[in-house]
Design a protein around this ligand. Structure first.
Ligand code: CU
Length: 216
């Protein structure tokens, strides 16, 4: 249904679907019970109120079942979060600077771009910093989103197996042009990336040392 293009997409979508379906079942169940009680115990059908004694089994069930269900939501969310924090040691390092209202990317050799280019099947670690206000680095197709602060460096990582161009958006209201704060990430074949990187570095008068590191 939605573009899914990173190592996290399937898991995030599965958890999202799980929570949605569970919530729908609970919503429908509660609504049916409510409507049933309203009709069944209306004043017309039930003119004299009855005193209801406690029912321990029922109380344990309606506490226990939702508890297990909601803890399972937390569990799947936690497992996904742990994956997102397990940044591979050999990840390619990119520094991202956010400012009103644009993104800029810096490669380890000092090359700066306004669009992100990375090789396919390569773990990429993004280091996030803002020079003015709080922004949020969001790649919808990769299902990653992280706040970008002025006084704290955050990081996030991804790996994509799908060559293509994906939007990068700002997901934290940051002023007048917030809705226009877009960039893109291009997932490229290793060879194309190296070629682009060598050319772009040469143009900027920099050595493309990073290509050697990117390969390992
Ligand atoms: Cu922003």
């Amino acid at each position: 249904m939605f573009t899914s293009a990173s190592n996290f997409s399937d898991n995030v979508d599965a958890v999202f679907l799980y929570i949605t379906i569970l919530s729908l079942i609970v919503l429908i169940g509660i609504t049916i019970a409510m409507v049933y009680f309203v009709i069944r115990y209306s004043r017309k059908r039930n003119p004299v109120p009855t005193h209801v004694e406690e029912n321990l089994t029922l109380e344990i069930l309606w506490t226990g079942i939702p508890l297990v269900l909601f803890i399972s939501m937390f569990y799947f969310g936690w497992v996904g979060y742990t994956d997102m924090r397990a940044i591979p040691a050999d990840a390619m390092q990119i520094k991202v600077t956010a400012k009103m209202w644009q993104w800029s990317f810096e490669y380890p050799n000092g090359l700066k771009t306004d669009t992100l280019y990375v090789p396919v099947s390569k773990a990429v670690r993004i280091e996030l910093r803002s020079t003015d206000v709080t922004h949020a680095f969001f790649i919808p197709a990769f299902r990653i989103k992280k706040d970008v602060y002025t006084n704290k460096t955050n990081d996030v990582w991804f790996q994509s197996e799908k060559i293509g161009r994906y939007d990068i958006a700002c997901a934290e209201y940051c002023g007048l042009q917030h809705s226009a704060m877009y960039s893109a990430v291009h997932i490229m074949k290793q060879k194309d990336f190296e070629q682009w990187f060598t050319n772009a570095s040469a143009k900027a008068g920099l050595k493309p040392l990073v290509v050697a590191q990117v390969k390992n």
